[in-house]
Design a protein around this ligand. Structure first.
Ligand SMILES: [Zn+2]
Length: 249
Protein backbone atom coordinates (compact mmCIF):
# COMPACT_ATOMS: atom_id res chain seq x y z
CA UNK A 1 0.00 0.00 0.00
CA UNK A 2 1.33 3.40 -0.92
CA UNK A 3 0.19 6.44 0.97
CA UNK A 4 2.09 9.65 1.52
CA UNK A 5 0.58 10.02 4.97
CA UNK A 6 1.22 6.55 6.37
CA UNK A 7 4.97 6.19 6.71
CA UNK A 8 6.12 7.87 9.89
CA UNK A 9 8.98 5.55 10.80
CA UNK A 10 11.57 7.71 9.08
CA UNK A 11 11.46 11.48 8.95
CA UNK A 12 10.97 12.73 5.44
CA UNK A 13 9.19 15.44 3.51
CA UNK A 14 6.57 14.07 1.10
CA UNK A 15 5.77 15.59 -2.27
CA UNK A 16 2.71 17.50 -1.14
CA UNK A 17 -0.59 17.07 -2.96
CA UNK A 18 0.68 14.58 -5.52
CA UNK A 19 -2.02 12.04 -6.13
CA UNK A 20 -1.04 8.35 -6.26
CA UNK A 21 2.70 8.84 -5.94
CA UNK A 22 4.65 7.93 -2.83
CA UNK A 23 8.02 9.05 -1.63
CA UNK A 24 9.84 12.07 -0.42
CA UNK A 25 13.09 13.65 0.61
CA UNK A 26 14.63 11.65 3.44
CA UNK A 27 16.80 13.31 6.05
CA UNK A 28 19.91 11.63 7.51
CA UNK A 29 17.98 10.43 10.56
CA UNK A 30 16.30 7.13 11.35
CA UNK A 31 18.89 4.72 9.92
CA UNK A 32 21.44 2.25 11.26
CA UNK A 33 24.79 3.58 10.03
CA UNK A 34 27.37 4.93 12.42
CA UNK A 35 29.46 8.12 12.34
CA UNK A 36 30.41 9.63 9.91
CA UNK A 37 27.56 7.98 7.98
CA UNK A 38 24.99 8.25 10.76
CA UNK A 39 22.39 7.38 10.27
CA UNK A 40 20.32 6.85 7.08
CA UNK A 41 23.14 6.56 4.54
CA UNK A 42 21.96 4.84 1.35
CA UNK A 43 25.24 4.84 -0.59
CA UNK A 44 27.49 1.81 -1.00
CA UNK A 45 30.20 4.03 -2.43
CA UNK A 46 31.27 6.17 0.52
CA UNK A 47 33.00 3.60 2.76
CA UNK A 48 30.06 2.63 4.96
CA UNK A 49 29.45 -0.99 6.01
CA UNK A 50 27.36 -2.48 3.15
CA UNK A 51 25.20 -4.43 5.60
CA UNK A 52 24.21 -1.15 7.29
CA UNK A 53 23.36 0.33 3.89
CA UNK A 54 21.24 -2.76 3.16
CA UNK A 55 19.39 -2.21 6.45
CA UNK A 56 18.81 1.46 5.68
CA UNK A 57 17.45 0.74 2.21
CA UNK A 58 15.17 -1.92 3.69
CA UNK A 59 13.83 0.61 6.21
CA UNK A 60 12.97 2.99 3.37
CA UNK A 61 11.21 0.26 1.40
CA UNK A 62 9.19 -0.74 4.44
CA UNK A 63 8.34 2.85 5.32
CA UNK A 64 6.97 3.48 1.82
CA UNK A 65 5.51 0.00 1.26
CA UNK A 66 7.59 -0.59 -1.86
CA UNK A 67 8.14 -3.87 -3.70
CA UNK A 68 11.69 -2.95 -4.63
CA UNK A 69 14.14 -0.10 -4.81
CA UNK A 70 16.02 0.78 -8.01
CA UNK A 71 18.95 3.17 -7.81
CA UNK A 72 21.95 4.18 -9.87
CA UNK A 73 25.67 4.40 -9.28
CA UNK A 74 25.67 8.05 -10.23
CA UNK A 75 28.55 9.55 -12.20
CA UNK A 76 27.59 13.23 -12.64
CA UNK A 77 26.73 12.48 -16.27
CA UNK A 78 23.48 12.73 -18.21
CA UNK A 79 22.57 9.12 -19.00
CA UNK A 80 18.98 8.13 -18.26
CA UNK A 81 17.76 4.64 -17.31
CA UNK A 82 14.19 3.74 -18.32
CA UNK A 83 12.51 1.00 -16.25
CA UNK A 84 9.44 -0.04 -18.25
CA UNK A 85 9.18 -3.73 -17.36
CA UNK A 86 8.32 -5.28 -13.98
CA UNK A 87 11.16 -5.41 -11.46
CA UNK A 88 11.22 -8.13 -8.81
CA UNK A 89 14.36 -7.31 -6.84
CA UNK A 90 16.39 -4.32 -5.72
CA UNK A 91 18.90 -3.22 -8.31
CA UNK A 92 21.59 -0.56 -8.63
CA UNK A 93 22.37 0.39 -12.23
CA UNK A 94 25.83 1.68 -13.10
CA UNK A 95 26.54 4.94 -14.85
CA UNK A 96 23.15 6.65 -14.83
CA UNK A 97 22.06 9.92 -13.26
CA UNK A 98 18.33 9.79 -13.95
CA UNK A 99 15.73 7.07 -13.60
CA UNK A 100 12.28 6.93 -15.21
CA UNK A 101 9.60 4.34 -14.58
CA UNK A 102 5.98 3.57 -15.37
CA UNK A 103 5.98 0.51 -13.09
CA UNK A 104 3.86 0.78 -9.90
CA UNK A 105 5.53 -0.15 -6.61
CA UNK A 106 9.06 0.37 -7.93
CA UNK A 107 10.86 2.99 -5.87
CA UNK A 108 13.39 4.96 -7.87
CA UNK A 109 16.05 6.49 -5.65
CA UNK A 110 18.61 9.26 -6.04
CA UNK A 111 21.46 9.55 -3.53
CA UNK A 112 22.78 12.96 -2.68
CA UNK A 113 24.82 15.11 -0.31
CA UNK A 114 24.41 18.72 -1.56
CA UNK A 115 23.38 17.79 -5.12
CA UNK A 116 19.79 18.24 -6.17
CA UNK A 117 17.36 15.41 -6.70
CA UNK A 118 14.56 16.54 -8.98
CA UNK A 119 11.43 14.38 -9.04
CA UNK A 120 9.17 14.61 -12.09
CA UNK A 121 5.66 13.21 -12.20
CA UNK A 122 3.04 12.95 -14.92
CA UNK A 123 -0.23 11.92 -13.28
CA UNK A 124 -2.01 11.47 -16.64
CA UNK A 125 0.49 9.08 -18.20
CA UNK A 126 1.41 7.65 -14.79
CA UNK A 127 5.15 8.09 -15.20
CA UNK A 128 7.64 9.21 -12.56
CA UNK A 129 11.30 10.21 -12.85
CA UNK A 130 14.06 11.01 -10.40
CA UNK A 131 17.05 13.06 -11.51
CA UNK A 132 20.47 13.62 -9.92
CA UNK A 133 21.65 17.14 -10.68
CA UNK A 134 24.90 18.35 -9.22
CA UNK A 135 26.42 21.37 -10.92
CA UNK A 136 27.68 19.18 -13.75
CA UNK A 137 24.16 17.81 -14.20
CA UNK A 138 22.84 21.35 -14.26
CA UNK A 139 25.41 22.31 -16.90
CA UNK A 140 24.37 19.24 -18.94
CA UNK A 141 20.69 20.17 -18.37
CA UNK A 142 19.88 16.60 -17.41
CA UNK A 143 16.47 17.80 -16.17
CA UNK A 144 15.41 18.85 -19.68
CA UNK A 145 16.89 15.67 -21.17
CA UNK A 146 14.84 13.57 -18.75
CA UNK A 147 11.66 15.44 -19.70
CA UNK A 148 12.46 14.81 -23.38
CA UNK A 149 12.90 11.11 -22.61
CA UNK A 150 9.58 11.00 -20.71
CA UNK A 151 7.98 12.55 -23.77
CA UNK A 152 9.59 10.27 -26.37
CA UNK A 153 9.19 7.03 -24.38
CA UNK A 154 5.78 7.57 -22.78
CA UNK A 155 4.19 10.58 -24.50
CA UNK A 156 4.37 12.79 -21.39
CA UNK A 157 3.51 16.41 -22.09
CA UNK A 158 5.76 18.86 -20.18
CA UNK A 159 2.71 20.96 -19.28
CA UNK A 160 1.33 17.99 -17.34
CA UNK A 161 4.54 17.32 -15.41
CA UNK A 162 4.92 18.28 -11.77
CA UNK A 163 8.42 18.81 -10.37
CA UNK A 164 9.89 18.79 -6.86
CA UNK A 165 13.41 19.95 -6.04
CA UNK A 166 15.04 18.32 -3.01
CA UNK A 167 17.01 19.90 -0.18
CA UNK A 168 20.43 20.68 -1.67
CA UNK A 169 23.21 23.25 -1.65
CA UNK A 170 21.49 26.62 -1.34
CA UNK A 171 22.47 30.00 -2.76
CA UNK A 172 23.92 30.76 0.68
CA UNK A 173 26.60 28.08 0.23
CA UNK A 174 26.95 27.38 -3.52
CA UNK A 175 30.31 29.05 -3.96
CA UNK A 176 32.03 28.56 -7.32
CA UNK A 177 35.30 30.43 -7.40
CA UNK A 178 36.09 28.94 -10.83
CA UNK A 179 32.67 29.72 -12.26
CA UNK A 180 34.15 31.46 -15.28
CA UNK A 181 35.44 28.11 -16.56
CA UNK A 182 32.99 25.71 -14.85
CA UNK A 183 29.65 27.35 -15.53
CA UNK A 184 28.22 28.49 -18.88
CA UNK A 185 27.53 32.16 -19.44
CA UNK A 186 23.77 31.51 -19.28
CA UNK A 187 24.21 30.68 -15.57
CA UNK A 188 25.93 33.96 -14.73
CA UNK A 189 22.59 35.74 -14.27
CA UNK A 190 22.00 33.42 -11.30
CA UNK A 191 25.05 34.72 -9.44
CA UNK A 192 23.46 36.40 -6.43
CA UNK A 193 26.58 37.56 -4.60
CA UNK A 194 30.18 37.37 -5.83
CA UNK A 195 30.96 33.70 -6.64
CA UNK A 196 27.65 32.41 -5.18
CA UNK A 197 24.97 30.90 -7.43
CA UNK A 198 21.31 29.99 -7.01
CA UNK A 199 21.05 26.48 -8.45
CA UNK A 200 17.43 26.15 -7.33
CA UNK A 201 16.61 29.06 -9.63
CA UNK A 202 18.71 27.50 -12.40
CA UNK A 203 16.68 24.28 -12.16
CA UNK A 204 13.40 26.21 -12.10
CA UNK A 205 14.52 28.05 -15.22
CA UNK A 206 15.53 24.84 -17.00
CA UNK A 207 12.21 23.19 -16.07
CA UNK A 208 10.23 26.15 -17.39
CA UNK A 209 12.29 26.29 -20.58
CA UNK A 210 11.43 22.59 -21.03
CA UNK A 211 7.72 23.42 -20.79
CA UNK A 212 6.92 22.77 -17.13
CA UNK A 213 4.35 25.25 -15.77
CA UNK A 214 5.79 27.44 -12.95
CA UNK A 215 2.88 26.56 -10.66
CA UNK A 216 3.76 22.89 -11.01
CA UNK A 217 7.28 23.37 -9.62
CA UNK A 218 7.94 23.10 -5.90
CA UNK A 219 11.28 23.32 -4.11
CA UNK A 220 12.12 22.26 -0.57
CA UNK A 221 14.21 25.42 -0.23
CA UNK A 222 16.44 23.79 2.37
CA UNK A 223 20.23 24.14 2.15
CA UNK A 224 21.94 20.86 3.05
CA UNK A 225 25.17 22.55 4.11
CA UNK A 226 23.34 24.81 6.58
CA UNK A 227 20.80 22.26 7.82
CA UNK A 228 22.52 19.51 9.81
CA UNK A 229 19.56 17.17 9.32
CA UNK A 230 21.06 16.34 5.91
CA UNK A 231 24.38 14.96 4.74
CA UNK A 232 26.58 17.63 3.19
CA UNK A 233 29.74 16.91 1.24
CA UNK A 234 30.78 20.55 1.44
CA UNK A 235 30.40 20.57 5.23
CA UNK A 236 32.00 17.14 5.81
CA UNK A 237 33.72 15.47 2.83
CA UNK A 238 33.57 12.01 4.46
CA UNK A 239 29.84 11.57 4.91
CA UNK A 240 26.78 9.62 3.79
CA UNK A 241 24.22 10.19 1.08
CA UNK A 242 20.57 11.05 1.68
CA UNK A 243 17.77 9.38 -0.25
CA UNK A 244 15.13 10.92 -2.45
CA UNK A 245 12.64 8.26 -3.45
CA UNK A 246 9.57 8.27 -5.68
CA UNK A 247 7.19 5.49 -6.63
CA UNK A 248 3.89 5.15 -8.45
CA UNK A 249 1.10 3.93 -6.20
ZN1 LIG B 1 23.61 27.20 3.08
Amino acid sequence: MLDNHLPKLLPYVPFSSWNRVAGGFFSRHGGRSRTPFAALNVSYGVGDDPSQVDSNRKLIKEALGLNCLVSARQVHGDEIAVIDTPVADDHEHSGFDALITNQPGVGIMIQQADCQAVVLYDSKKRVVANVHAGWRGSVANIVAKTIEEMNSQFGCEPSQIKAAISPSLGPCCAEFVNFAVELPESFHQFQITPNYFDFWAITRSQLQDAGVIPGNIQAAGVCTRCDHNYFSYRRTPSTGRCATVAALG
